[in-house]
Design a protein around this ligand. Structure first.
Ligand code: NAD
Length: 285
């Protein structure tokens, strides 16, 4: 991999590879652009198939954060970090404190918060080592509920555009990934009378949505899914390939050649709308 040509293609300022052998911490902090201010972006904890996959995710996510902060009108730049490993680990304090020390070494060029695989209690560990962390308990807290609300409003805006009404009552909405944000999103959708089709690699999370909101599970998707960065909407079976609109919380849209042939294409308008739909989380932290 030609790392510097990749950085120059995507426009990154700085990428830091971090290692703390005592606890097996391996992290990548990517700072995309600090023109508008210090870079903000959550920490993702994921079992990446390779270091290369982790790097690409960090690069794409941090670039997306630059766009998101700009669309949100925040005086912040774009950054993101990934921790490579099994997010079910019990060594969270050591890992997140190591992460915090590396963030501290950047002297404010990068500010972190929650993302996939991380929670407010992890940010508490980060805060033991650095003040450049947000989304802390007792302060701005978990950004997921407001992120979900913005996404819900984004879906309503899409419905208005497609159907002339923003009502989701009786409409079918497929939700891929029902973790922190997905759970609150399903709550909004269900309260408005939308029919839910949900999928997640964690069956307990799917079951919770079925029990609480009467959703239908889509299991055919699980087999072909990769990480959220490469997971594709076409895998949602009939729901994905028939979708008339695609909205979301993710900012690392897959490259065109990573999409299955029958996946609905995400247009530039839809991607822009996604930056707008999910920026409430960035605002809240
Ligand atoms: N937490 C926030 O406030 C926030 C803010 C802005 C954007 N986002 C974005 O929202 C998305 C969800 O974040 P979250 O904080 O809810 O993370 P989370 O870790 O709480 O939930 C993610 C869920 O996705 C599931 N998942 C992973 N890979 C999957 C796959 N291939 N198929 C189906 N399910 C899969 C996981 O099992 C998990 O339940 C991410 O793209 C994140 O970057 C989150």
């Amino acid at each position: 991999m030609e790392i510097f040509s990749l950085l120059s293609e995507l426009g990154h300022e700085q990428v830091v590879f971090c290692h703390e052998p005592s606890c097996g911490y391996k992290g990548i902090i990517a700072i995309h652009d600090t023109t508008l201010g210090p870079s903000l972006g959550g920490t993702r904890f994921w079992n990446y198939a390779s270091d290369e996959e982790a790097l690409i995710d960090a690069l794409r996510l941090s670039r997306g954060m630059t766009y998101k902060a700009a669309v949100a009108g925040l005086n912040l730049g774009g950054g993101k970090s990934v921790i490579i490993g099994d997010p079910r680990t019990t060594r969270r304090e050591m890992i997140f404190r190591a992460h915090g020390r590396f963030i501290e070494s950047l002297a404010g060029r990068y500010i972190t918060a929650e993302d996939v695989g991380t929670s407010v209690s992890d940010m508490d560990f980060v805060a033991m080592e650095t003040s450049f962390v947000s989304g802390l308990p007792g302060k701005s807290g978990d950004p997921s509920p407001v992120t979900a609300y913005g996404t819900y409003q984004g879906i309503k805006a899409a419905a208005l555009e497609k159907y002339g009404s923003d009502s989701l009552s009786g409409k079918t909405v497929a939700v891929q990934g029902v973790g922190h944000v997905g759970y609150y999103l399903c709550a909004h959708l269900a309260s408005e009378g939308a029919r839910l089709i949900v999928t997640d690699i964690d069956q307990e999370r799917v079951q919770r949505i079925i029990d609480e909101f009467g959703a239908t599970a889509e299991t055919s998707f699980i087999g072909i899914a990769g990480t959220p960065s490469t997971a594709t909407l076409g895998g949602m079976g009939s729901a994905g390939s028939c979708a008339s609109s695609v909205s979301g919380t993710r900012i690392n849209q897959p490259a065109q050649n990573e999409r299955p042939i029958d996946a609905p294409q995400v247009t530039e308008n839809e991607a822009d709308r996604d930056y707008s739909a999910n920026f409430l989380g960035a605002w809240s932290v």
